[in-house]
Design a binder for this molecule. Structure first.
Ligand code: NAP
Length: 486
């Protein structure tokens, strides 16, 4: 790493990016960005007002017409260049992310790779937007469809993947020819600000990407959502906030994509390869310190293998080192803040009070920072909160089951429907189970499903819309039908 942590932070712009210029908030306000491993302030960034939010939308609206006319190849080349430059500077992006979010440098590097891949994927998709031509069934007319960019888009992203949740939206929007206002989470704005600067360097025209950081979040976002010039809202975050934003967007029937919370079941059948199941469990549970919408939340293990699975999994969890993500040898960083840490502790207590056994961990770590021990809880009853709510921490509750029907009923018994993980070697069962699971994504014999080339997204209270894959760009395109009488 050629650059010191201090110089790295100092290199990130701290203003609002509006119409191609970095500026202070109109009232001069700033908001503090903390390192969750120490609780110390890293830097301060501009704290946008309602007027700044409106100015960002004005800039996106003003840039839309010209941007839509830029040839698809040119838009794709900007993304391709950005992919290459992020990759060259992967260590810097990773350090920035670890400092503001807490995960280990290795995990941050993983997110930088994953996040940059959306730019590579959508640089290739930009030139593959097609309409179609057909003859009406009665032969009287010709049917032509064409695709057009949806228009100015508001993107609201969470703190848990500060870069990738942005690139997953910005990539297809650039490819499709939409302008945008991006609002990163207040706790982790630095990765997005650095990305915006890099996109400027790659030749993204002024006003195409505008970035607003604010602590007056609802106050600044709502007028933008209700502004008829806005054509799309894409949100990644909690189901509660998502519901509220859908209500706000209903007024002008805004096009909306919602990537919301999850409560992923992790099912291990009796015929599973237990080595693979334990490896998969470690990834599905511990990636991102358990702070992922895709994190395995509830482990259902067949009664014939549950004891052995629990023992092996707890052994692996117990070998993890908790500490500051910037340090060598650390596997698990801190949670994002004290509220998150205390919430996880309450859920473990609730499970214990309802009869579960804490076989590993179970407590917050002492001292500065918001650390929580890797935790395994067995014999967890259905009514425990850890089985029903998103845990968002390094806690693995395990319950056993006896039949396929029983486990499917338990897995589907949630308002969420983002992802499910299943371990089995039986192909017929794979087909039956993937058809029966009410989730947007199913991973068989693997603990990660996210892939820029695949459509990511949920059903039920996990939201609607897809990011990545061929589907991802469709979210930013309108279909226009033209009828032509020959
Ligand atoms: P959150 O509290 O819903 O915040 C997400 C974003 O919404 C942040 O930028 C936040 O801004 C903003 N926000 C909060 N209140 C708002 C309001 N009234 N109006 C407009 N925007 C508002 O969620 P989080 O705690 O950051 O993220 C964790 C959640 O995201 C989990 O539920 C997780 O499952 C979900 N998630 C889902 C996916 C997916 O693809 N399905 C991916 C990652 C995460 P501030 O930071 O300023 O509050």
């Amino acid at each position: 790493m050629a650059i010191s942590q201090q110089d790295l932070i100092a290199s990130v712009p701290t203003g609002l990016l509006i119409g191609g210029s970095w500026r202070d908030s109109s009232d001069g306000g700033t908001l503090k960005v903390e390192d969750p491993a120490t609780g110390e302030v890293l830097t301060e960034v501009a704290d946008a007002t309602v007027a700044d939010g409106r100015a960002a939308l004005d800039a996106a609206v003003a840039a839309q017409r010209d941007w839509a006319k830029v040839p698809p190849r040119d838009r794709g080349e900007i993304l391709r260049t950005a992919f290459e430059r992020i990759t060259e500077r992967a260590d810097e992006f990773a350090m920035l992310m670890t400092l503001e979010m807490g995960k280990t440098l290795a995990e941050s590097r993983g997110e930088v790779t994953y996040g940059a891949e959306f730019f590579r994927w959508f640089s290739e998709e930009a030139v593959r937007v097609h309409g179609r031509w057909s003859v009406a069934p009665n032969g009287a007319t010709r049917l032509m469809t064409m695709k057009a960019p949806v228009g100015p888009t508001l993107m609201i992203t969470p703190w848990n993947f500060p870069l990738a949740m942005g690139t997953r939206k910005i990539g297809p929007a650039i490819a499709a020819g939409c302008t945008m206002v991006v609002k990163p989470a207040s706790q982790t704005p630095l990765s997005m600000l650095a990305l915006a600067q890099l996109l400027q360097e790659c030749g993204l025209p002024e006003g195409v990407l505008n970035v607003v950081t604010t602590s007056h979040t609802g106050e600044v976002m709502e007028p933008i959502i209700r502004d008829p010039r806005l054509r799309k809202l894409t949100f990644t975050g909690s189901t509660g906030v998502g519901r509220m934003l859908v209500e706000q967007s209903a007024e002008q029937l805004l096009r909306v994509s919602m990537e919301l919370g999850g409560n992923a079941p992790f099912i291990v059948f009796e015929d599973a390869d237990l080595d693979r199941a334990v490896d998969g469990a470690m990834l599905a549970k511990m990636r991102n310190i358990g702070e992922a919408c895709t994190a395995a939340n509830r482990f259902y293990v067949h009664e014939s293998v549950s004891e052995e699975f629990g023992r092996r999994f707890a052994e692996r969890m117990g070998a993890l080192t908790v500490g500051r993500g910037t340090e060598d040898g650390v596997d698990v960083g801190p949670l994002i803040d004290a509220k998150a840490r205390d919430g996880v502790a309450e859920m473990v207590e609730d499970a214990r009070a309802k009869g579960a056994t804490v076989v590993l961990g179970g407590s917050p770590a002492q001292g500065a920072g918001y650390f929580f021990e890797p935790t395994v809880v067995t014999g967890v009853p259905r009514n425990a909160r850890v089985m029903q709510e998103e845990i968002f921490g390094p806690v693995a509750p395990i319950a056993s089951f006896s039949t396929e029907d029983e486990v499917l009923e338990m897995a589907n018994g949630t308002e969420y429907g983002l992802v499910a993980y299943v371990f089995t070697k039986d192909l017929s069962r794979m087909i039956r189970v993937s058809e029966a699971l009410e989730f947007g994504m199913v991973g068989f014999n693997q603990g990660i499903v996210s892939n820029p080339a695949a459509p990511f997204g949920g059903v039920k209270a996990s939201g609607f819309g897809r990011e990545g894959g061929f589907e991802g760009i469709e979210e930013y395109l309108e279909t226009k039908y033209v009828g032509i009488a020959p």
